[in-house]
Design a protein. Sequence first.
Length: 559
Amino acid sequence: MEDNNKPRSNFIRDIIDSDLLEGKNSGRVHTRFPPEPNGHLHIGHAKAILVNYSIAQDYNGKFNLRFDDTNPVKEDEEYVNAIINDIKWLGADWEDRLFYASDYFDEMYEYAIQLIKAGKAFVDSQSAEEIRENRGTITSPGVNSPFRERTIEENLDLFKRMKNGEFEDGSHVLRGKIDMSSPNMLMRDPLMYRIRHAAHHRTGNKWCIYPMYDWAHGLEDSLEGITHSLCSLEFQAHRSLYDWFLIELGVHKPQQIEFARLNLNYTVMSKRKLLQLVEENLVNGWDDPRLPTLSGLRRRGFTPEAIQNFIYKVGVAKAHSVVDYALLEHSIREVLNKTAPRVMSVLNPLKVVITNYPENQVEEIDAVNNPEDSTAGTRKVPFSRELYIEQEDFMEEPPKKFFRLAPGREVRFRYAYFITCNEVIKDEAGEILELHCTYDPASKGGKSPDGRKVKATLHWISIAHAIDAEVRLYDRLIIVPDTNNLEEGKTFMDFINPDALKVLHNCKLEAHLAEAEVGFRCQFERLGYFCADNDSTPQKPVFNRTVTLRDVWAKLQKK
């Protein structure tokens, strides 16, 4: 059987194999994951983490975690802590190699001075709008800044004064001096520094100039001795600039390699869009189980193993593709099917009275904890005269293919007995209050005493022994597969699934689940896999549905 935890061979590993054969980097392999601390990580980041970490592991190399904290306006320590927790939970270990871009601000400043002295950088005093207008287009070259030929002495003086806080935001920028006619627009005198009078979460008010991503990123990789800078495909056009800065400075140059990012249907994978959902209170924070964030998936009940298996199944390629959300759901089902204990629960209770069962008698029924795990054993489940079943498991006038409980029909109660419905009790308005049934004492254990067959097996729970709980039914966030190609005038906000969360308040569970720790995962028999939520307490248990037992969306798409 294939080991899903083993990454498959891919073009990145082929490149590294070739590098090692040629003796590049003295046989070293050193990767990194460089998140911006301006939000929580999502499932797409998990791919980048695991690609970088697994390569470092498999080649006996090193893996760094580095925060790209170059924009103090959008960054927060809360995001730093959340990202650290997510990566630890996912299973990646950076050992003692936790770094920040802000660790290198002094070195970056000195390297900028070096480029100015070499005539490769200048201070531009155009407005942001003028810079944008003079940049040109894909089909037309840009226009040189009128400040491009400032002397080295003037540039050094202005840049020092920028650093010292003498100028207002937006009054000057430092730009690389490359080629305003380059077909790669990123090479058209790129911005290196902008003035921003804002406190930084680590450096405080020491700096009022902050490096741009393209200037900072390559230097960070170089200073840390990274050998292979693995990033998503949208940075392919940035590679020329990445290389140019490092070559001009004459410093160590890692090899940038791009791979396709993870695109998942029926959700949004943009940090900007996720932030919008959070800020407009359309979800309950970054760890809302409807979101594809790692904190949201963890709260929903996903395991690190399931996410790792999912990422390795998707694989690493250069071409863009969209992965079906069903594959992610399949990955967690595979794990929980083997590991999650089974429990009895009723989400929409309907009372059943077994009229021929002795009053005040309670029977201990043996129930299997996990049929997929021979070591999981059994537990005792109380059976009594009054029980709950699911409302949807009974119909007074059933259609032809409805095989569950109905008047005069016999079904099996799981692990217990054969049950026959004899009478439907209603209130004055005609609403069903309870069912009166009889049981066959000879069918103990749910086994037929005479070879007769029943077509349905129902789950149940003893009324006297059940606890009340809140159950949250989570589903896919978006009702359309792709929010990137919508009709004109529409945004992803127009396609949020109104049924992505349903809260049930009158659910009945086995009593021991009141003590379930946050994160405890189990299967509610016949209903799906569930997880004890952060809000859960012994006084008020709260469970989230992680995933249904089957892909219900596949059926919907066929209709």
